[in-house]
Design a binder for this molecule. Sequence first.
Ligand code: AGP
Length: 606
Amino acid sequence: MCGIFGFIGNRAAAPLLVEGLRRLEYRGYDSSGIVVRNGDLQVYKKVGKVSELSKILPNHIEGNSGIAHTRWATHGGVTDSNAHPHLSENGDVAVVHNGIIDNARGIRKRLEDRGFELKSETDSEALVHMITIGLDSGQEPLEAVRQTLNRLSGTWGLCVLFKEHDMIICARNGSPLILGQGDGESFISSDPHALSRHTQNIFFLEDGDMAVINKDGIDISRLEGGSSSTSMTVIEDDWGEADMAGYPHFMLKEIHEQPEALRRCISGRLDRANGSAKLGGLKLEPVRLRSAPHVRLIGCGTALNACKIGQLAIESLARIPAVAHVASEFRYNDPVINPNAIHFAVSQSGETADTLSAVKEIQLKGGDVHGIVNVVGSTIARLCGQGVYIHSGPEQAVASTKAFTNMVASLLLFALRIGRTRSFSRERGRSIIDDFQKIPDLMENYLSNPGPIDEAVELLKEAKSVLFLGRGLSAPVASEGALKLMEIAYIPCLAYPAGEMKHGPIALLEEGSPVVVIAPNDRHREKTISSMHECKARGAKIILIHEEGDSISEEADVSIAIPKCDSILTPLLSVVPTQLIAYKVALALGCDVDRPRNLAKSVTVE
Ligand code: AGP
């Protein structure tokens, strides 16, 4: 989604801004732009990739401060004029803005009535004119920005650059903004990935914070006046360099990183002696685990699919009711919150607005929430203040892969932990742990010989639609496989619990329709075979993901074998072929695998 980068210091700003934008590219965007302060405010902006912007930049741009933006269209189409930065009519003020201004229509109308000629269709452009009105009436820059923000409703991560003042002013309300303090230089970003190579000294702005940024310092205050309690954090987590390491795409790299990422996630957390798991970030004493009435898991997209697996694993191992919730629905359904219940917010980015608002809803109603999050220091992680980091490392492809497997692994660890306090024996716990420890190696083995993925691609690449089926823990895996293929290959995909297929989606099947079935050798196997027969009787072609050595493979048109493991762990392995299938179908169709159209990596609007 939209990204912001800013710099003020003694170095040339333009190359740093462009490099910052490149680091934000993975979030998804449709245009980009920079403004550099060099006597005047020089704006360059362009529809398309940052590489398109680079083509219109002069070879050398003087100037030691500037702000930059990648835009993911919300108000107004994808055009050069709608791209940020927006410049005031007198050329004195430039803004970049993430978020949505809800009362922009009225403000734009009032500005037009005052004689302003708005050059874009965006909500963001209104801000630059409002700030200019404040400056023209004699306000200092901070006051002009403050007065402007006080007239807005909506969300913002905002940066303002001034022709006449050697500073950048930033503000946050509902859209992340992170400031970095270097040696004689300061940085701004909407995303910690873009800052970590410049400095470890970070300020995570809170909602309602404003900041004046100079090369020598950062002064943070509150929108309502007074100073802010936001303080500097030294980021110690080694986020690592997010390059492609010789792979043609981030997605393929991240699929192959899963064994190592999973090792990181479970390392030191499997407690074989007790047949349990240690999750230091969870502030849940055994008495709370034993007495909790239920568990709720909340997420979006891939995280939601991980929640659904968590729900089944927690119920199965701990015999406690568990429910997965669609985050975007949660708050608006006015949920009843039991303060004794256990709540999890699951998110790779830790910035997803829908998930964030669900966290706030639970907290408002007296519940506490644990984060299951990848990005260290992200808004959800900080708001929850407790939880589990999944340690996937940077995930750059829009299609989530290694975060999914580590979310599932983290929820399985929790299922072990709560299960041991409530229901199952140490021996059962040890047996799961013994298999859990083997999963990274089994994944590696599978990835070194993934089976006939290309045959599956041949069946799928020209399909009008694809049906994904699974039962039990494999039903959410089917959903995840369908989501992956749909989002990067643009093929309409339906995922159904296999038994539900005959109640509707079977109508779609005709001669040659591809159906992807996930059928590990668990207690659902026989029933899944019946569903497959129903598909085959209608001429469907079956791409079957099954355990190696299982005679179920005879049912398949394309049989993809995964290693055997304890049935509670199968999603960690059975999802991997679905990721490879999506990747290779998208490639075969010439799609932009890492940056699929319309999608954003981090969805920071509701
Ligand atoms: C995954 O492939 C998707 N791009 C998307 O569904 C994603 O999982 C969802 O937007 C949630 O993101 P989060 O994990 O960062 O909260």
